[in-house]
Ligand binder design. Structure first.
Ligand code: UDX
Length: 454
């Protein structure tokens, strides 16, 4: 919405939320307090907030004033009931649709922005048309539904929004499609704006995320083969990526994919496939997640094995807790499960991350109630804001997020202050070209089978 406001000065954009604290933070004078850290975002907010971009909790009033409403609520995987563990919980989408039904006036275009299961537009449509809560003038009110999924990636969101590969608009009402198209045309080349039917649009979003996640599981699976055979994953990725049919993006081996989308969207695809009796299709996609979990666990196990089979009372510094660099988002971050595994095995963990706050880490690690008591009572994890100080006397350093600062560490200095025999585990492969191999540090990097050749 910030990018729409930036590019369309004549359109008034209002973001509403039931969470008052969040809206207060979005209105905060101190731009470092915005609820989301995203490179370039605060600069846009400082330019357009109060001009044509507003943040408010007056949901009813703002809906009634709007010509177009984007539903951008969260759509988590259901944790109980039918489809638990796979299907998407649509309660927030439904609630939003009911609010729109109740307060909208005149003709309102409702745009699905959240990633939704195929055929959700049908649900939104029936709520808008049949809801008991409809306002008294409802006979005069009309709606049309569009699907306009978002393909931005965190950390590069502003860049992706300003320069999208494509904008997808699904729907069957030409006039509404055109209204939304006019908005994007302010900064996106018309050739990049694709029109599809509603279901194709919803399914394209799930498919794009499934394909991306599949590439990561594929390259991560190959990294394990590299390690046992003597091949080097960065060389393999490069050689494979040079094939123009395959392309070079999304071929970096790492600790496993995280983030709020990949797992959830694939689970949803699996659910839909099973629902329609397409069991082999469901199993095929589910394997992408199975491999991802196996791969992350493989790294935890490998750390314990290399540290002589036990990490009890060993001091381990974790570099990076966000699920990727340039974001403070920790959802589904592989760091969570790796840290939990090491804590369960008795390690003393120190966590550093340039953007994730300690309270956020605490929240993630407390998810598992059995571990809470361990960590809280025994104080087995600490937060660090000084990498070198935390490395002193530690037994291992584990790089889990590819933050820029971790690419240029002084490994000679580090090797002198760790407790020998010390280990460096680089699950992102960002230290391959560093001087690390010339120090006395023991070294493991993802997919690096070169030691096999010595
Ligand atoms: C993803 C999609 O890219 C985006 O189009 C969609 O709108 C939302 O989901 P996001 O989750 O923000 O975006 O991050 P992404 O850059 O896709 O990375 C996801 C995970 O894969 C991260 O944990 C990242 O570290 C990992 N990854 C990515 C790799 O391990 N290797 C790669 O080569 C690329």
């Amino acid at each position: 919405m910030a990018v729409i406001a930036e590019n369309c000065p004549d359109i008034k954009v209002t973001v509403v939320d039931i969470n008052e604290e969040k809206i207060r933070d979005w209105n905060s004078e101190d731009l470092d307090q915005l609820p989301v850290f995203e490179p370039g975002l605060k600069e846009i907010i400082s330019k357009v907030r109060g001009k044509n971009l507003f943040f408010s909790t007056h949901i009813d009033k703002e809906i009634s004033l709007s010509d177009m409403v984007f539903i951008s609520v969260n759509t988590p995987t259901k944790t109980k009931g039918f489809g638990a563990g796979y299907a998407i919980d649509l309660k927030w989408v439904e609630e939003s649709a009911r609010k729109v039904a109740k307060y909208a006036s005149g003709h309102t275009i409702v745009v699905e922005k959240s990633t939704l299961p195929v055929k959700t537009a049908e649900l939104i449509k029936s709520i808008l048309i049949q809801s008991d809560d409809k306002n008294l003038d409802s006979d005069k009110n009309t709606f049309s539904i569009l699907s306009n999924p978002e393909f931005l990636a965190e950390g590069t969101a502003i860049y992706n929004l300003r320069n999208p590969d494509r904008v997808l608009i699904g729907g069957d009402d030409e006039q509404s499609i055109n209204s939304l198209k006019q908005i994007y045309k302010n900064w996106v080349n018309e050739e990049k704006i694709l029109e599809t039917n509603l279901w194709s649009s919803e399914l394209s979003k799930l498919t794009a995320n499934a394909f991306l996640a599949q590439r990561i599981s594929s390259i991560n699976s190959i990294s394990s083969i590299c390690e046992v055979t003597g091949a080097e994953i960065s060389e393999v990725s490069k050689a494979v990526g040079f094939d123009s049919r395959i392309g070079s993006e999304f071929l970096s081996a790492g600790p496993g994919f995280g983030g709020s989308c990949f797992k959830k969207d694939i689970l949803n695809l699996v659910y839909i496939s099973r629902f329609y009796g397409l069991y082999s299709v469901a199993d095929y996609w589910e394997q992408v997640i199975t491999l991802n979990s196996w791969h992350t666990k493989r790294i935890s196990k490998l750390i314990v094995e290399k540290l002589f089979g036990t990490v009890a009372n060993k001091r381990i510094l974790i570099l990076g807790f966000s699920f990727k660099s340039n974001t403070n988002d920790t959802r589904e971050s592989p760091s969570i499960s790796i840290v939990k595994d090491l804590l369960e095995n008795g390690a003393e963990i120190i966590i550093h991350d340039p953007k994730v706050k300690p309270s956020q880490i605490e929240k993630e690690l407390n998810c598992d109630s059995e571990i809470i008591t361990d960590i809280r009572e025994e104080g087995k994890w600490q937060y660090s804001n000084n990498i070198y100080k935390s490395i002193e006397n530690s037994d291992a350093v584990v790089i889990l997020t590819e933050w820029e600062v971790y690419k240029n560490l002084d490994w000679v200095k580090i090797s002198g202050i760790m407790r020998s025999p010390a280990w460096v585990f680089d699950a992102r492969g960002i230290t391959r070209d560093s001087e690390i191999k010339e120090t006395s540090l023991n070294y493991w990097a993802i997919g690096d089978g070169s030691s096999k050749l010595k």
